[in-house]
Design a protein around this ligand. Structure first.
Ligand code: AGP
Length: 610
């Protein structure tokens, strides 16, 4: 996820680009860049770091031009370097491009363009766009060259494009990445979101997929990839700037919960090919090595530790590799037993959690191979590890982890497929079923999000109770733990997660009519019937029962006060779908109680102390 902004005006655009990017920094902050066009020449300033850091060195505000584009980056292709920072230009330095998205066929296009003599300077997929347009500009005007080029591109993009020889025109385009157009007074804008330009205009056009916009300071025109002009509705936005930053949601947490279908789709993007899983070159571990691994140890904290427990279930059940999950904070103080056949996996959203960094360093002392599952490119944990799989959730601002968690589960599932295939613990049909199962998850998540009204009704019962219990079994036991953690951290209500059958060994004494009990009980061949029995045990003691169940389940709604349905999926994948109602429940309860949802008391997004 990156942020882009562009302005064409009758005045200097430096401040507008700067403020626009400052508002978009939540979308990515590993590098930043701007391009101003003056006297038919580009003035490009870019560097690695946050906007303020790069600004200190390059002074963005000391630039002039009445047309410009800007970008803040969240790396996907190519490391965090100045060369890979946007904007990117063509060979002749006459076309400048900023991009948010992933060009899936970039390597094929790059090979073709190199054969034609184009020279590339970065490792990004974006640079291909500048050269492709340059190539098509030989026989076309600028609008047509952009259109013809985009017809060759597969993947997602939001683009801002400048041409040194057409200094009055700013071109934007979108496909599966957000881009809006702002219409101002003698100036027009493109941006990744509304808030970044809301101080300058509230007249907004929402571009749809496969649409191109051509802006001058006094005009706008939208065309489709077929070249036909499209008349668009101009919307007047009445949001406050703060509400707008959160995309119209009350809090970042809610926004991030709703981003999960896209986050999971991004996490899968380009990794499922020819009936197999392929990670990028940063994965760093050879097939030969992976075939020989005898044991996996996962180290993590908090929500990431819960993801590790789900990973343990998947890796043991399907890839048949003995797996242990350790609290990173405990691991380094207990002389772990590690040998060369053990793979240590560190899971961390931020990649900067001090306990996880220390655990990883401890593991490295034993000479084992290490793999990071991480959301932040270039973070400490990714630099220490031998290999990395990125979760591609995009920046997570809310302290309570939501989309980072479900994308961690998606990565662990992909890793399980890869290992199962390599070690032949599953047959081809089982692998195909796993792949088609996860491909459906983004759409299925959307339908879980649509259950929100029902979840809001559950929140009514929880919000005035001081305690609650979450119960699940198998792959959904860690989801019970995660549901309880979400509730504790954002609402300050005491909550506990247990394996459902463990209840009768003690915690059942807590059950009375004031105790809400949330069962995570999707249909499965392993434990479903036993869970029905556990529900009866709680019911017999007067507990208030709520449940997540599989669509079509007739039994659970008879026993529960409220049931949230999730679509049918493979058992292991039910853990991803079942997480979302629990996130929404915690959110609604916290909101009802007036808590500071995005910044709960005593918590920090990244815990950099041990
Ligand atoms: C989750 O909602 C928490 N805020 C917290 O438990 C978090 O998962 C933990 O601190 C680990 O962070 P990391 O994933 O960035 O390492």
């Amino acid at each position: 996820m990156c942020g882009i902004v562009g302005v064409v005006s009758s005045q200097n655009v430096n401040e507008k680009l700067f403020k626009g990017l400052a508002n978009l920094e939540y979308r990515g902050y590993d590098s930043v860049g701007m391009c101003f066009l003056t006297n038919n020449k580009f003035n490009i300033k870019k560097g690695v770091g946050k906007l303020e850091e790069v600004h200190k060195k390059l002074d963005f505000l000391n630039s002039s031009g009445s047309i410009g584009i800007g970008h803040c980056r969240w790396s996907t292709h190519g490391g965090v370097t100045k060369k890979n920072a946007h904007p990117h230009v063509d060979c002749g330095n006459r076309i400048s491009v900023v991009h948010n998205g992933i060009i899936e066929n970039y390597s094929e296009l790059k090979d073709e363009l190199i054969k034609k003599g184009h020279k590339f300077y970065s490792q990004t997929d974006t640079e291909v766009i500048a050269h492709l347009i340059e190539d098509n500009l030989r026989n076309n005007g600028i609008e047509e060259a952009v259109r013809v080029s985009l017809n060759k591109i597969e993947g997602s993009y939001a683009l801002g494009i400048l041409f040194a020889d057409e200094p009055d025109k700013l071109i934007g385009a979108r496909n599966e990445s957000p881009l809006i157009v702002g219409l101002g007074d003698k100036e027009n804008f493109i941006a990744s979101d509304v808030p970044s330009i809301l101080s300058y205009t509230n007249k907004i056009i929402y571009l749809e997929d496969k649409e191109i916009v051509v802006l001058t300071k006094n005009s706008h025109k939208v065309i489709g990839l077929d070249g036909k002009e499209i008349i668009k509705k101009i919307n007047t936005i009445n949001w406050s700037a703060e509400a707008a930053e959160k995309g119209g949601y009350g809090h970042f947490m809610m926004k991030e919960i709703h981003e999960q279908p896209v986050a999971i789709a991004n996490t899968l993007n380009e990794r499922l090919r020819n009936g197999n899983v392929q990670f990028e070159k940063e994965f760093g571990l050879s097939d030969d090595y992976l075939r020989k691994v005898k044991r996996i140890v996962i180290v993590a904290c908090g929500t990431s530790w819960h993801a590790g427990l789900v990973g343990e279930f998947m890796l043991e059940e399907l890839a048949r590799i003995p797996t242990e999950v350790e609290y990173a904070s405990e691991f380094r103080y207990r002389h772990p037993i590690l040998d060369k056949d053990t793979l240590v996996i560190a899971i961390s959203q931020s990649g900067e959690t001090a306990d996880t960094i220390s655990a990883l360093k401890e593991a490295k002392k034993y000479g084992v191979k290490t793999l990071a599952i991480c959301n932040v490119m270039g973070s400490s944990i990714t630099r220490i590890s031998d290999g990395v799989i990125y979760t591609r959730a995009g920046p997570e601002i809310g302290v309570a982890s939501t989309k980072a968690f479900t994308t961690q589960l998606a990565v662990l599932y992909l890793l399980t497929i890869k290992l199962s295939k390599l070690r032949k613990t599953l047959n081809e049909k089982q692998i195909r079923d796993m792949i088609s199962g996860i491909r459906k998850i983004p759409l299925q998540l959307q339908s879980v999000l649509d259950e929100d009204t029902e979840i809001l009704k559950c929140a009514e019962f929880f919000s005035n109770k001081p305690n609650s219990i979450y119960l699940g079994r198998g792959v959904n036991f860690p989801i019970a733990l995660e549901g309880a953690l979400k509730l504790k951290e954002v609402s300050y209500i005491h909550a506990e997660g247990y394996p459902a059958a463990e209840m009768k060994h003690g915690p059942i004494a807590l059950i009375d009519k004031n105790m809400p009990v949330f069962f995570i009980a999707p249909h499965d061949i392993f434990t479903y019937k036993k869970v029905l029995g556990n529900i009866e045990e709680v019911k017999a003691r007067g507990g208030m029962i709520f449940a997540v169940a599989t669509e079509g389940d007739k039994e659970i709604p008879k026993k529960a006060k409220r049931t949230i349905f999730i679509p049918k999926t493979l058992y292991t994948l039910s853990s991803i779908l079942a997480s979302v109602p629990l996130q929404l429940l915690a959110y609604h309860i916290a909101e009802k109680l007036g808590r500071d949802v995005d910044r709960p008391r005593s918590l920090a997004k990244t815990v950099t102390v041990e």
